[in-house]
Design a protein around this ligand. Structure first.
Ligand SMILES: Cc1cc2nc3c(=O)[nH]c(=O)nc-3n(C[C@H](O)[C@H](O)[C@H](O)COP(=O)(O)OP(=O)(O)OC[C@H]3O[C@@H](n4cnc5c(N)ncnc54)[C@H](O)[C@@H]3O)c2cc1C
Length: 285
């Protein structure tokens, strides 16, 4: 409401938003809806890199571009020239962008000064273990200020869960934060984007190995089944079972072309009969 009032009062025509995360994009969309010409600065090379994969970033980019919102990558605000109203923003590359409204949505930076002075171990936030206990026994931290597993997730449901764990432990219980599964939704931008679970970026930050999406093999016409695949246990149910070792070898033997007494290719039954009659003929009387 305050921004809307400011735009109307000053007849603002353009806005620069720095930070193209969820909040930055939502803000950019709202400013666009107010009729402003909007430019978004993103220091990374794609949108929502913490939440979605590169292909999804492209979809989101295309949506904003189609609306007429410009997004500049590898670009970040450095400072605002002095004055009581925004008129331009200086970028890190030394250039200036004129704007009537400037909005920064560049993530959370916890104020850790008090914790550091008090002797708690800090990094970007207050370092906590799985019990949300800080480096000093009996001191707990939760929410945006707490750095757990190298992450500051800045999400309400995770902050609430962390607070619950910290509270239980603070009164003598033993509760652990097992898994944080971030779930985020991009709201109110005319596009439904929901991201759930751990992304590649998350894995890199937390040091976990990310297996990446499973590759779907390209369909090959007339591809022959591999009969001697390594055995795995338990074997999958269904008709595919015959492809496992043992059964596979047996079935491949059965399918091998056989030659009858006449030398022509025959089916299994006829070949057996031919072998039998040869044996009977060779047998001593
Ligand atoms: C614009 C915006 C939109 C958001 N939208 C979403 C969303 O859609 N979904 C979602 O999951 N999350 C969202 N978040 C994030 C979510 O709000 C936070 O993750 C959550 O509020 C964290 O809770 P917290 O208690 O740790 O911190 P806060 O909610 O920031 O509360 C900290 C409180 O501590 C006070 N405080 C600070 N220092 C001191 C001190 N030294 N002494 C005493 N008090 C102090 C502050 O004044 C404040 O009241 C959004 C955040 C913002 C800024």
């Amino acid at each position: 409401m305050a921004i809307r009032g400011y735009v109307q009062q000053h007849g603002a025509g353009s806005a620069v938003v720095t930070g193209a995360g969820m909040l930055g994009l939502e803000a950019a969309h709202s400013l666009h809806e107010l009729g402003l010409r909007v430019t978004v600065l993103e220091r990374g090379e794609r949108l929502l890199a913490k939440q979605v994969d590169a292909r999804c970033s492209e979809f989101v980019h295309a949506h904003f571009e189609a609306l007429g919102i410009e997004i500049r990558y590898s670009s970040a605000a450095a400072c605002l020239p002095p004055g009581d109203r925004a008129s331009a923003v200086r970028l890190k590359d030394g250039t200036s962008l004129p704007c009537d409204v400037f909005l920064a949505a560049v993530g959370i930076r916890p104020n850790i000064e008090l914790a550091a002075v008090a002797g708690l171990a800090v990094n970007r936030g207050v370092l906590v273990d799985d019990r949300m206990q800080a480096s000093v026994p009996g001191v707990f931290a939760a929410g945006d200020v707490a750095e757990h597993n190298g992450m500051l997730l800045g999400l309400w449901p995770i902050a609430a869960k962390q607070a619950e764990v910290a509270a239980v432990n603070a009164i003598g219980g033993d509760e652990r934060l097992i898994a944080e599964v971030p779930a985020t939704i991009l709201k109110g931008v005319g596009l439904d984007v929901a991201a759930v679970g751990r992304t590649e970026a998350w894995s890199r930050r937390s040091g976990n190995r990310h297996r990446g999406p499973r590759k779907v093999p390209e369909a090959r016409p007339h591809r022959r089944p591999r009969l001697r695949r390594r055995s795995s246990w338990p074997p999958p149910a269904g008709p595919g079972r015959g492809h496992y070792r043992g059964q596979a070898a047996a079935s491949s033997r059965r399918r091998r072309p056989l030659r009858g007494a006449s030398g022509r290719l025959v089916g299994a039954d006829e070949a057996s009969r031919a072998r039998l009659s040869r044996r009977q003929a060779d047998a001593p009387a």
